[in-house]
Ligand binder design. Structure first.
Ligand code: NAD
Ligand code: WQD
Length: 346
């Protein structure tokens, strides 16, 4: 028997960038949450900030557990009565995954296998999973990806996402009563509008927007624009950016759909519109009030011209549509950057 009778949502990776914003939104929408994270790419401070922002009068349940350790994870399942799981925990750096593929397979796949094993053992059959645009086979013509577009990855990280989706789909197919929603995010950015929560990269950022933001505040010298000879309107890469709070809201909508016995479902999460690297630098320059310096560098290996989604299925089936535009993404990101120049570990 669990120690707690109250029904909780288990959030793996809940102290990370997207997980923490989702936990905040879940609590604001009245859900009880338990966070499991091994802090390999985060710290506990976002949880303290969630407590303040939501006015929680108790500390947010948190367990520093690695999903690779099934016994530690089982102890958490024994303690609570979980209704559902949102599974964010994963290593996520594309470039790093090429150099240490086994670390990615071990962490992401083992963690998911252990989690699914315990969900079966404890009769928890509802899951929302963090997937990625990276699972789609790149389209040289830059057409928007639909959920039924061809799949195919070019990095070990991407393959772990595809395999994790497959593992979950096979479990749903093998056992009755499961509901699983794969959310394929495009390019998350922005921060909570309070300026108290945001993305906190531990090293020099790999992704464009945290890099631009660190140049804007003077921690880095120039943005390195990876190529201006792409087949796009200004020659730089076009991506589909989505505000992290729009993503957080989409998770709550997805979680609430799990009760509807829809089996296994996949949804893109993006705006459907694409912005170029130079457009993102311009938008951030407006947000911070000064010109952000950049240099044009050669293309980054593996990048392609355009990656945007077709958001129609999420619009029509989930009733989800992004509500925050590029200006909002940049002003919120800048507010977070200014208030937390060293991230959470001030
Ligand atoms: P993040 O690194 O900030 O969060 C992931 C969290 O998982 C971290 O707090 C980390 O400590 C934790 N974690 C990793 N391995 C773990 C393990 N074995 N046991 C317990 N905790 C573990 O990353 P994020 O940007 O918040 O991404 C969340 C999820 O969304 C990831 O699954 C990622 O692959 C996916 N995703 C991210 C993006 C993006 O651009 N940020 C895009 C598409 C998909
Ligand atoms: C965006 C654009 C770059 C950095 C990655 C993962 C994907 C998903 C989201 C997890 C591109 C250009 C970038 C820089 C630049 N993550 N760029 N200078 O590559 O679209 O997607 O994050 O699932 O799987 O691959 O995002 O932010 O790295 O790049 O010019 O310093 O910015 O070439 O056109 P990407 P990104």
């Amino acid at each position: 028997m669990p120690t707690s009778c109250t029904s909780h949502v288990l959030v793996t990776g809940g102290s990370g960038f997207i997980g923490s914003h989702t936990v905040l939104e879940l609590i604001n929408q009245g859900h009880k949450v338990v966070v499991v994270d091994n802090l390999s790419n985060s710290c506990e401070e976002p949880l303290r900030r969630i407590e303040k922002l939501t006015g929680l009068n108790e500390s947010l349940p948190f367990h520093n557990v690695d999903l690779a350790n099934i016994d530690d994870l089982r102890a958490v399942f024994k303690q609570y009565n979980f209704s559902s799981v949102i599974h964010f925990a994963a290593l996520k750096a594309v470039g790093e995954s090429v150099h240490v593929p086994l670390a990615y397979y071990r962490n992401n796949i083992t963690g998911t296998l252990n989690l699914m094993d315990l969900m079966i053992e404890f009769g928890v059959k509802d899951i929302v999973f963090s997937s990625s645009a990276t699972v789609y086979k790149s389209d040289p013509d830059g057409r928007p990806f639909r959920e039924d577009s061809e799949l195919g990855c070019t990095s070990p990280y991407g393959r772990t996402k595809l395999y994790m989706e497959s593992i979950i789909r096979d479990v749903v197919g093998a056992e009755s009563g499961w509901n699983a929603i794969m959310l394929r995010y495009f390019n998350p950015t922005g921060a909570h509008e309070s300026g108290a929560m945001g993305e906190d990269p531990r090293q020099i950022p790999n992704n464009l927007m945290p890099y631009v933001s660190q140049v804007a505040i003077g921690k880095l010298d120039n943005v390195h624009v990876f190529g201006n000879d792409y087949n796009t309107r200004d020659g730089t890469g076009v991506r589909d950016y989505i505000h992290v709070m729009d993503l957080a809201e989409a998770h709550v909508i997805a979680l609430e759909r799990l009760t509807g016995n829809h089996g296994y479902e996949v949804f893109n999460l993006g705006s459907g519109a694409g912005q170029s690297v130079l457009e993102m630098i311009d938008a951030m320059s407006i947000a911070c009030g000064h010109k952000i310096p950049y240099v044009i560098d050669p293309r980054r290996s593996g990048d392609i011209d355009t990656i945007v989604c077709d958001p129609k299925k999420a619009n029509e089936v989930l009733g989800f549509k992004v509500s925050r535009d590029l200006t909002k993404m940049c002003t919120d990101l800048w507010r977070w950057q200014v208030a937390n120049p060293e991230g959470y570990n001030q």
